[in-house]
Ligand binder design. Structure first.
Ligand SMILES: Cc1ncc(COP(=O)(O)O)c(C=O)c1O
Length: 459
């Protein structure tokens, strides 16, 4: 690597001159200059100035086994030397996607036994959309092709991902979505429950919105419902426990397929391999990516349930879909090693039995009481902190989102990487976090909240 020959200023200048970043205001970025992360180890990332930052976001919901794992680098190196690439089109395969598919079928819910690979969560959702529509065509019901999604859902940034997602700002720039996708209310009790409405009742009302959308179109026109088990980028919105069983009941009643997007909840995040297992959901497709390789290689896997697979295989005919890098041998070798490490170190059980409950208690006892905090919530090692001006009325600071950015900036200055989304701070740390790391995070977040409060008061 030769980046060491460049100063921070030089790297920032070159970045500004040539590099367009995802989800970024480039005018703003060029004025501020990028933070350049140069290396990482365990739970910490380091910038070009040597600043150590505790990574509360596992990169971007990815690095479940933490940074600096030689075994993954060695798995990639060995595979690259033996067979760096071959495609899985034209009745060919390579060993690592074969073995990875077997492993995924073992850890996925029982009725889920097939895998379709891509390189990103967005691609896997494109595949899911194509596949469920193809399924209904094969079943002789081509008109059953509407997909129901939710407002504020995030399903990626390709045209299909953006269309499936429910982000207004993304839709505005799309200039024409994939047809026949509708969005219903999200199960976000903190802002949407009516005064006096219990969590349970709110969950049922939010699920009823799915039923209403099915009835409005006619069940014979609806292919599937898609949802993140816990909405992530939309603000770690954990639905009431009444929500998912009711959505599942409704989908079954009207013969609507259930597509779960587990791009951020897959591979241990909620204390089971998949959130569908934590929440008792039996989906027809499960979109996964990110922590499949702990982010060490780009790889996604759409896990496909037996119902769809039986039709696809049983009826035959080509599914006209696939990517050059579907089942990439190096990415799959890295995924296999990553899953082996998660298993060997008992990280899923640790989240379920130890760090997940400790994280929930720490947020409640040490963060929830702060004047700026309206609510904390978590599931496994995934959490949210609502930033408010007034705890009692839930009034937010204006302009919307500005207070959370203030908290985030102070958190980073305190050595704590957090993400701000709207007025919510979100956390999704590596699963290698221990009780000590959680304590360290709470200390830094508390300090950031104090400093942000002082700033916000001054404004
Ligand atoms: C739930 C969900 N689905 C899909 C995606 C898109 O994944 P990718 O950025 O790998 O395309 C993301 C990304 O954060 C996500 O959170």
């Amino acid at each position: 690597m030769t980046y060491q020959n460049y100063s921070l200023k030089q790297l920032q200048q070159i970045d500004a001159a040539h590099h367009l970043h995802p989800f970024t205001d480039h005018k703003e970025l060029r004025e501020a200059g990028s933070r350049i992360i140069t290396h990482a180890n365990g739970p910490f990332i380091y910038d070009s100035e040597g600043t150590e930052i505790l990574d509360g976001m596992a990169g971007l919901w990815c690095v479940n086994i933490g940074y600096g794992r030689d075994e993954l680098a060695e798995a990639a190196y060995a595979q690259m030397k033996e067979l760096p690439y071959y495609n899985s089109f034209f009745k060919c395969s390579t060993p690592t996607p074969v073995l990875l598919s077997k492993k995924l079928a073992e850890i996925a819910p029982k009725h889920v036994n097939q895998v379709f690979y891509g390189s990103s969560g967005s691609e896997a959702n494109d595949t899911a959309l194509r596949l469920v529509r193809h399924y209904w065509v094969l079943e002789g019901k081509p008109e059953k092709n509407r997909i129901i999604s939710r407002k504020m859902a995030y399903h990626g940034s390709t045209v299909a991902g953006t269309s499936l997602g429910g982000m207004d700002a993304m839709h505005k720039q799309l200039g024409g979505a994939v047809p026949n996708i509708v969005h219903v209310m999200m199960p976000y009790a903190y802002e949407l429950a009516l005064p006096g409405e219990s969590d349970h009742d709110f969950g049922l009302r939010a699920a009823k919105a799915v039923e209403d959308a099915i009835l409005e179109a006619g069940a014979d026109k609806v292919a599937a419902f898609i949802g993140e088990p816990v909405m992530g980028a939309g603000g770690v919105k954990i639905p009431p426990v009444s929500y998912w069983p009711e959505v599942q009941r409704i989908c079954r009643k009207y013969d609507v397929l259930l597509m779960l997007d587990e791009v951020i909840t897959g591979y241990g995040r909620t204390g089971e391999w998949f959130a569908s297992q934590t929440l008792g959901i039996e989906p027809d497709t499960i979109t996964t990516a990110k922590a499949l390789t702990s982010g060490y290689q780009p790889l996604s896997a759409l896990l496909v349930g037996d119902r769809i697979a039986a039709t696809l295989v049983g009826k035959g005919g080509e599914f006209n879909h696939g990517y050059t890098y579907s089942g990439h041998p190096v990415a799959c070798a890295v995924a296999l090693k990553n899953l082996e490490i998660i298993e060997r170190e008992g990280l899923v059980d640790r989240v379920r039995n130890d760090t997940g409950p400790y994280f929930a208690k720490a947020l409640q006892e040490r963060i929830a009481g702060h004047d700026l905090v309206g609510e904390v919530r978590s599931i496994g090692l995934m959490g949210a902190i609502e930033i408010v001006k007034d705890k009692a009325t839930k009034e937010r600071f204006l302009p919307s989102g500005s207070a959370a950015v203030t908290v985030r900036d102070h958190a980073i200055a305190q050595g704590m990487m957090l993400r701000a989304t709207g007025d919510t701070m979100i956390l999704s740390p590596p699963l290698i976090w221990t009780r000590d790391t959680i304590d360290m995070a709470c200390e830094r977040i508390s300090k950031a909240l104090d400093l942000a409060q002082a700033d916000l008061r001054k404004r």
